[in-house]
Ligand binder design. Structure first.
Ligand SMILES: [Zn+2]
Length: 280
């Protein structure tokens, strides 16, 4: 079982009332910490990272209004990349939430509210939807963000990128994009591409250095120009060329029945808090 499989399993069991549900963090040390992008909505404050069953020290939390990503080299993607490179993040998750106001505010409302703050229409960009990335569907917004991250040249092809939705009332997670599947598919396409199209690439992978030693990482500091190395860049491009157009979408749970009453408090918080491996 991989990390997010365990997270979803524990979350769903906890949401169903299983008080013993939790993630055995020590078993997933190689997949931690997780880098998460969520909305700025304060209602998420008590939910994260408890609904994931992760301790705070394994949860790198990035936030922006609407968990919106506007391009594959946007400032949010730069932060995600540094979270992996500088802080050792192993997996990325975009976690949208139900009832997101960033997705419910119309262009007219935006214009009116900016005007109330003294920002006239003439000072705003022509295309407010494009500039602010406002969206109509929380689901589509997560899928779009995952797509931008997955295809960003500065996010390594080895980092799984997941897409999730959290129910802000119940804390229940829905797994929209399984980052492992997208990665497995890309790796399979990559291996096939090497085999069929470019036999010299196989030799490059079999023995990256002429003397047979392992490739050594180039020492650089953040903020300095980084020398471009050979096949790692090519590697990323080949994967991008052969990656599936859209990551597989995994629907793990059905929609909650309309008649189901919403609990007053998220029930999944306490079972997850600071859970450590049990001695059983
Ligand atoms: Zn929101």
């Amino acid at each position: 079982m991989r990390l997010f499989e365990a997270i979803l399993d524990a979350n769903h069991r906890a949401a169903a009332g299983d008080k013993s549900a939790g993630v055995r963090v020590a078993e997933f040390a190689d997949s931690l910490p997780v880098v998460a992008l969520t909305c700025i909505d304060p209602r998420l404050n008590p939910l994260m990272p408890e609904v994931l069953g992760l301790p705070e020290e394994n949860f790198i939390w990035l936030r922006n209004a609407g968990n919106i990503i506007t391009g594959s080299m946007s400032s949010t993607i730069r932060s995600l990349a540094l979270a992996c490179v500088v802080k050792g993040g192993k997996e990325i998750a975009v976690i949208g939430h139900s009832d997101c106001r960033a997705g419910q505010t119309t262009v007219l409302q935006l214009t009116e509210r900016f005007a109330a703050l003294g920002v006239g229409r003439a000072k705003l960009p022509d295309n407010l939807v494009e500039f602010f990335g406002v969206f109509a569907s929380e689901r589509q917004n997560v899928l779009k963000a995952v797509e931008f991250i997955r295809h960003s040249p500065i996010i390594g092809p080895k980092v799984p990128v997941h897409g999730l939705l959290v129910d802000i009332q119940t804390g229940r997670l829905e797994w929209l994009v399984n980052g492992y599947q997208a990665l497995d598919a890309a790796a399979a396409h990559f291996a096939e591409a090497i085999h069929v199209q470019d036999p010299t690439m196989q030799a490059a992978f079999a023995s990256p250095e002429p003397d047979g030693s392992e490739k050594k990482p180039v020492e650089t500091k953040v903020g300095e120009p980084e020398p471009v190395t050979g096949w790692s860049v090519k590697d990323a491009k080949v994967i991008e060329m052969h990656a599936p157009e859209a990551p597989p979408k995994v629907r793990l749970v059905d929609e909650k029945p309309a008649h189901a009453p919403a609990p007053k408090r998220p029930p999944v918080i306490s079972p997850f808090r600071n859970r450590t491996r049990r001695n059983s």
